[in-house]
Structures are given as C-alpha cells and as structure tokens.
Ligand binder design. Sequence first.
Ligand code: SF4
Length: 351
Amino acid sequence: MEHPATLAGPPVDWAALRRILVVRPDNLGDVVMAGPAVRALHRAAPDARLDLLAAPAGAAVAPLLPHLGAVLTAAVSWQQLDPDEVAPDADRGLIRRIAGARYDAAVVLTSFSQSPWPAAYLCRLAGVPVRVGESKEFGGAGLTHWVPAPPDETHQVDRMLRVLERVGVPPDGARLRLELPAGALEDAREVLARHGIAPGEPYALLLPGASCSSRRYPPERYARVARLLSSAGLRVVVAGSAREAELVERAGGGETGLDAPGLAALVAGAAVVVCNNSGGAHLASAFRRPVVLLFAGTEQLSQYAPRFTPAAVLSIPTACAPCRQLRCPYALECLDIPPEQVAKEALRLAD
Ligand code: SF4
C-alpha cells in the first residue's frame, strides 16, 4: 500500500499548461537520458514551452534535445559536494529566476540517490503551483504530486518516464534521440580532416574522460587500445572536453577543442565508440553507434546500460561494487581489463 500523501494534488491538465520547468541539474549523460521524458511531456503538453534547469555540464548538450525551450543554467546548492563553494544567496537568486518565468508546473527528475525535495521546495517558494517528483521519503508540501520511488536498479530513462506516467503523461518510447546542429557536423568534419580521415572513412572514437577518476579506464591503456586498433587498420580519434586535455594527452593525444555538439557529431559518425560510464555512452546510444563501455563498479549497470544500440560492456566483478566512490580507494580492480580485450570488442562491433 502506498503512503496516503502519494499523488495528493489534483489531476493535472497537461494540455492546458503553457510553461513547464524540467529540473535535471546533472551531468551531460543525465540530460541526454532525460530526452524521452521531455519528449513525453511535449506530446502531453504540445502548447507548453519546456525549459530545462541544468548544471553547466548538462546545459552544454541541451541544444541537441528536441522540444526544449530556454535553459536555466545553475550550479544548484543541493548538488555541490563542498558547502563552502555555494554562495549564501545562490538559492535566493535561483528562486527569483524561476519566479520570473512564471511556470505552470515543475517536473523534478532525479536518480535513485538524489532527493527531489530541495528543488521542489525552491519551486514552491518561486510560486510554481504544480510540482512533480519521486522520492523514497515523504517531504510534505514541497511536491504537490509526490510519487514513491521505484526500485533502485531501475534504468534512469525508465525512472524518469515512470514519474511522468504516474501523473498522467504517457511515455512516447524510451529511445534516446538528439538532433545535431549544422555547425556541429562542420566542426566534426574539420577534426576528421585534421586527422587525415576522409569523409565516409570508418574510425573508432576513444573518449577517456568521465566525471570522476573512479570511472576512468587508465588513459595509458586507452593509448594501447588506440595502437592496437590502428595496427588492425581502423583509424582512431581520441577526444574529450577542454577540461580533459591531460587525459586525452596521456591517451595518446587528440581533440579537446570541441564543444558538446561537436563531440556529439564525432560520436554520430564513428564506426565504434570506446568510453567509460560517461556521457559518451549515452551519446552513442542516441545516435545508434556501437559502443564498448568500460564500466567501473561505482554504479549499478542496470541504471545506465546502453540500450537500442550494439554494445559490449566490460567490467571486472569486485566485492566492493557498487561503491559510489569518486576516487577508488583500492587499485581500480573493476577496470583491470586488458587493452587487447577492449580492442578485440571494438573491432568486432565496428560497422
Ligand atoms: S575497485 Fe571497487 S572501490 Fe574501486 S572503483 Fe571499482 S568498485 Fe569502486
């Protein structure tokens, strides 16, 4: 039996709404995985402008998500590891921004380990009348439509679709979809030309970055994978964000000047993508590109597994998984995967 406060608010007439705020202040991959929820909302509320509250990392990929309007970029207080990095008046400023946009509803999307209550409470203070989210815990009037959380192992995409379904927004498929702006394709073409890769020539894209070190296959092993693929006749591009320049360098050198759309365009054209549990895997899913996923034991695979695209997930089972650590306290045994095995899977999947 569910808690008596479950879905306490009145039924929502989504088609009548004109401004909806989708809250997902996370990393790039989380925003990509929010795409099916945004699509479902657009179908249920076709006349509404759908804005996104995103962290800087997630906001970078927002231009590729269909149906999105404005993006409110904020390093929100409830997502920061270090309380000293949060300005005392940061929340008040965000409340003013949300209040100024006069939203009819806010949909707070979270992972299994996040709480919707801080975002919901901010939206309440900003005067947003309908506030939807899911949580294991009861949090009173912060949410007008509180949905009890599904099992932890639920895939992130399904989790976000489920909360909407509980408030009358049916899913419109779970596939990830992104649209590339023309400039991104041009940027990717220039990168490939710099690497001597002709239009249409197959290439493997290696992405050694990830948001934390515990999720990163050692860059020197990426360099070894690159050499193995090259000697097998497959062209290789190593890429990352500007912040990942050192990692890319240690992985043999490559491209770090691309923005998120440019990186997505490189993914879209790749014969195979080799990456960590990071945004790259979800970009590969969105563009149906084969992916070799080097999956650290930090998280449960069921929450992040690439779907709807050929995938090889490589991971070493360890007793410490899932650990949720940002830095491995041991020797990253869960990613102790021979580069030869990684290259073999990449060559098997490359199309
Ligand atoms: S080896 Fe264990 S503690 Fe270290 S990152 Fe992997 S799962 Fe976490």
